[in-house]
Design a protein around this ligand. Structure first.
Ligand SMILES: Cc1ncc(COP(=O)(O)O)c(C=O)c1O
Length: 383
């Protein structure tokens, strides 16, 4: 859900033009270089970016793939998760987290989120584990990492794979651990609006398990063997990061840390200026979020949104319909699912309540304190 696109915004929801304009010269050079050498798929820029991004995430390996959804699906498939397995997924996430699970033949088992952070609730995870559970998806939503300690302890105690959905968390940290360094592997998205965004679709798997990395690299490239390109020894598909996108991402990566810091400064300004009745999502002790989104909770969201739109201020809602209420996933909650010894939770009160109240305010590395003040001023008149 986003504000009407025909309005011309005084404060845009995301200033993508401003972000990309700062890298124009590097983009021009990247395009010229790739056009000159002509290796549009699998060119040298892919390996270069993979090395840079693995280092950025403090992981041993990175595999560039076509998008973030594929990254998650490839991690699951690379771990051998599929039909008959269940994967625990927070219901408050973008549907892609659940889609990736369904695409492997496994089934998402939705759980509720914590009321203060709206991130996956470890107690709900613990309660959802049953004999079919194979993995837990820790979604670092809005740019804040799931606290690694409790979720890792649960995964370890039950022998489950812990997978990070880090699509919204490039560069996020928690007590010295970086997004991509908690689970067996993490999936990142380079969708244009992400903190590190390509000029098209893109994604990556980051892992320090080198055997898993080799398997995923092969599966993303038609299951091709390293020794013989005409031998396909794994079930594969085509999910590769284009050379051009890799080159553009390498041009943007050196600016990611500074961009994240500017997002954090804008969020700090929001916290100072937000009116009563407009409550930002909490930050856990030890967390260093990268504020992919600036999410607050309000009582009368439609009135607040109308006031923002009237003032030319962009907004969004992430997400107004929790995954368990999405028609495409509804059958997962039908009685056919009996047979599991752990009862399926049909109600997710925290996520349901939050879905009607959450509101994403403008957030960009280019957002100025004056723009934050303007947004807060309009909010003050509306809440
Ligand atoms: C939490 C989350 N997971 C997964 C994805 C999927 O990424 P992509 O759009 O690159 O497939 C997104 C992207 O929007 C996301 O926000």
């Amino acid at each position: 859900m986003t504000a009407a696109s025909e309005v011309s915004f005084s404060v845009p929801f995301l200033d993508l033009g401003g972000v990309n304009n700062g890298v124009r010269e590097e983009f021009d050079l990247a395009w010229k270089t790739v056009l000159d050498h002509g290796h549009f798929v699998g060119g040298p820029e892919v390996e270069r970016f993979e090395g840079e991004f693995a280092a950025y995430c403090e992981a041993k390996a990175c595999i560039g793939v076509a998008n973030g959804t594929d990254a998650l699906e490839l991690i699951l498939s690379g771990l051998g998760i599929g039909r008959g397995d269940e994967v625990i997924v927070p219901t408050n996430t973008f549907i892609a987290t659940a889609e990736a699970v369904c695409a492997t033949g496994a089934r998402p088992r939705f759980v509720d989120v914590c009321p203060d952070t709206l991130l996956i609730d470890p107690a709900a995870v613990q309660a959802a584990i049953n004999s079919s559970t194979a993995a837990i998806m820790a979604v670092h939503l809005y740019g804040q990492m799931v606290d690694p300690e409790p979720i890792s302890a649960i995964a370890a105690a039950h022998g489950l794979a812990l997978i990070e959905d880090a699509a919204q968390a490039h560069g996020a940290r928690h007590r010295g651990t970086s997004a991509g360094g908690v689970g067996i592997a993490a999936g990142f998205s380079f969708y244009p609006g992400k903190n590190l965004g390509a000029l098209g679709d893109g994604g990556a798997v980051v892992t320090s398990d080198l055997a898993l990395a080799d398997r995923i690299r092969s599966m993303a490239n038609h299951g091709r063997s390293v020794a013989d390109r005409y031998l396909h020894d794994l079930p594969g598909r085509n999910s590769r990061l284009d050379t051009l996108q890799a080159a553009l991402l390498s041009a943007k990566l050196p600016r990611l840390t500074a961009g994240n810091a500017r997002r954090a400064a804008a969020m700090a300004a929001y916290r100072e200026m937000l009116p009563q009745g407009c409550t930002p999502v909490s930050v856990q002790p030890g967390a260093e979020p990268v504020y992919h989104l600036a999410v607050v909770q309000v009582d009368d969201r439609s009135d607040v949104c109308a006031a923002l739109t009237a003032a030319g201020i962009g907004w969004g809602v992430h997400y107004p319909i929790p995954c368990h209420r999405q028609p495409a996933l509804a059958s997962l909650h039908e009685p056919a699912s009996v047979g599991h010894e752990c009862p399926i939770a049909h109600e997710f009160p925290v996520a349901e309540h939050a879905a009607g109240r959450i509101l994403s305010l403008p957030m960009s590395p280019t957002l100025t304190i004056e723009q934050v003040a303007r947004v807060c001023d309009v909010l003050g008149g509306a809440v």
